[in-house]
Design a protein around this ligand. Sequence first.
Ligand code: B12
Length: 212
Amino acid sequence: MKESVRMVKEAIVDLDLDNIQGLIKKALDEGVDPWNIIKEGMGEGMTVVGERFESGEYFLADLILAGEVMKEGMAVLDEKIDKKDAGKKGTVVLATVKGDIHDIGKNIVGIMLAASDYSVVDLGVDVSEDKIVAAVRDAKAPALGLSILLTTMIGSIKDTVDALAEAGLRDKVKIVIGGACTSEKLAKEMGVDAYGEDAVKAVKVFQDVLSA
Ligand code: B12
């Protein structure tokens, strides 16, 4: 790993809100690809944060701060990503499901989709199935991405699928799920169209389901 990327990772692990933007700008100035900064720097840093939370070294307040540090960093990267053709490939509605407020991964997926010429309607976190149905209908979106990290909220996926079916929209929209507690197996069980493991794979998965 490049030294500048390693320093970005360390800033995430150390919850260093003051220096994250400067360190990312430094890595970009050195010509590091934004996606490498996201995946190897920020993503791996968040993995360590998660491990420290699990081992009891970090507390909930630390996780909240980690979320802020990620947001500060993503703001710099978001500016660097070329979105001039956003919308050319259609609209994707994105949401974190009802009961779940994790949004760091969803936001990264949104940036990657916008950079890959999709128009993104991001509904935010803890989004009810009714709001999702309305957004899919209003935007005439051919695709929906649901983010979910909490095992206890898996039922919200099914609720959303059922609500779309009830509104007569299920056969008009491809649904892709992603987030730490999701899998290919879960996608099958929930009756959605696909599962995306990370933000790069997400782009490919949306492309595949939309051309199927
Ligand atoms: C940061 C964090 C928080 C922050 C969230 C801040 C924010 N703004 O998002 C805060 C502090 C708010 C938080 C709260 C809680 N958290 Co929390 N949190 C985490 C942590 C450490 C990191 C998550 C993260 O951002 N990862 C980095 C991103 C980049 O990765 P990612 O989300 O996986 O996203 C990537 C892929 O999954 C994929 N992806 C994501 N979404 C989508 C969507 C689509 C469509 C596609 C295709 C792909 C895709 O692409 C992304 C980029 O590559 C995880 C630990 C972990 N290992 O995941 C726990 C974790 C998810 N939290 C957990 C828990 C239990 C909670 C709380 C219940 C704690 C509590 N006791 O209150 C609350 C829940 C509140 C709620 N109602 O949602 C558990 C969940 C356990 C489980 N399986 O259910 C975890 C796993 C920690 C643990 N091991 O205990 N948390």
